[in-house]
Design a protein around this ligand. Structure first.
Ligand code: AMP
Length: 271
């Protein structure tokens, strides 16, 4: 596993390879990231993982400050996996060397779910993903369905602009079905117990939605119940079509999307 600390070393090391799988991360490596790496390892000759906490996608300074960082531990896990050929650890200047302001804007129809609640977040994600793709030039990029809206927007943008394919990967969960996330490192045990209960509740909601005539009012009621039962803040609880992310009135081709806070940590999930 070769560690690439700047773009010169990256260009030199990657030049011979034209079947490259790329797994972009912000570190805090867990089994969710490892499942993306495994898939890349199966489908591509070489796998490169990036670790870069992109300040431009954080809409809150406090969130950026508290984001879990542990490069030493991350590198140890990646090395142990034996599935990673390169780890790219860029500095801010490697990514944002031209100081021009990004021109990325979201369409009005895309300003939904997390885009509505985290202003500027996806503009930052799309910008960094474009830059990383241009620098690395991978044949395939592996991204998780846990961040479904991110996967949807990045796939749409990158496949239109670059010769790369974005491959969706299933959400990996812990033993209690809580979706793995680097942000879970910021949770306490009782928070994880509640997260597991919320997952159970979502499974039930999804099951009962089938028989409901007015899904919107059913979900409003469920959202209130979740808020009252667990004393949590919820940004959204919505059923949306997986092809276009429009509000859905049927379970078919749809996922239930939630964003909520535990211990001031914002968690998302979809099923
Ligand atoms: P992050 O480091 O949180 O930016 O995530 C890097 C990549 O890992 C993104 O494509 C995420 O969607 C993916 N990812 C994060 N958590 C999971 C998970 N529990 N299961 C599958 N993929 C995940």
């Amino acid at each position: 596993m070769k560690i690439l600390l700047n773009n010169t070393s990256l260009f030199e090391s990657l030049r011979p390879f034209n079947d490259l799988g790329f797994v972009p991360t912000m570190g805090g490596i867990h089994k969710g990231h490892l499942s993306l790496i495994n898939k890349s390892n199966k489908l591509c000759k070489k796998t490169i993982v990036s670790i870069f906490v992109n300040p431009k996608q954080f809409n809150s300074k406090k969130d950026l400050r508290s984001y879990p960082r542990n490069i030493k531990k991350d590198l140890k896990i990646l090395k142990k996996s034996k599935k990673v050929d390169f780890v790219y650890l860029p500095k801010f200047k490697d990514i944002y060397k031209d100081k021009k302001k990004s021109k990325i804007t979201l369409l009005k129809k895309d300003k939904i779910l997390c885009a509505k609640f985290r202003k500027g977040h996806f503009e930052g994600v799309l910008d960094v993903m474009s830059k990383l793709t241009k620098i690395i030039n991978p044949q395939k990029i592996f991204m998780g369905e846990k961040d479904f809206q991110q996967l949807y927007l990045v796939k749409k943008k990158l496949e239109r602009t670059y010769k790369t394919k974005v491959i969706p990967c299933k959400t990996i969960r812990d033993n209690n079905n809580v979706a793995l996330s680097s942000r879970n490192f910021l949770l306490k045990k009782p928070n994880l117990v509640i997260a597991a209960k919320i997952y159970e509740k979502l499974v039930n909601i999804k099951k009962y939605i089938k028989n409901k005539k007015n899904i919107r009012s059913f979900l409003n009621l469920q959202e209130k119940e979740l808020k009252n039962n667990y004393k949590i803040k919820i940004d959204y609880l919505e059923l949306r079509n997986i092809k276009n992310l429009k509000i859905s009135s049927t379970n078919k081709n749809s996922r239930l999307f939630i964003a909520y806070y535990l211990n001031n940590v914002r968690l998302i999930d979809n099923l």
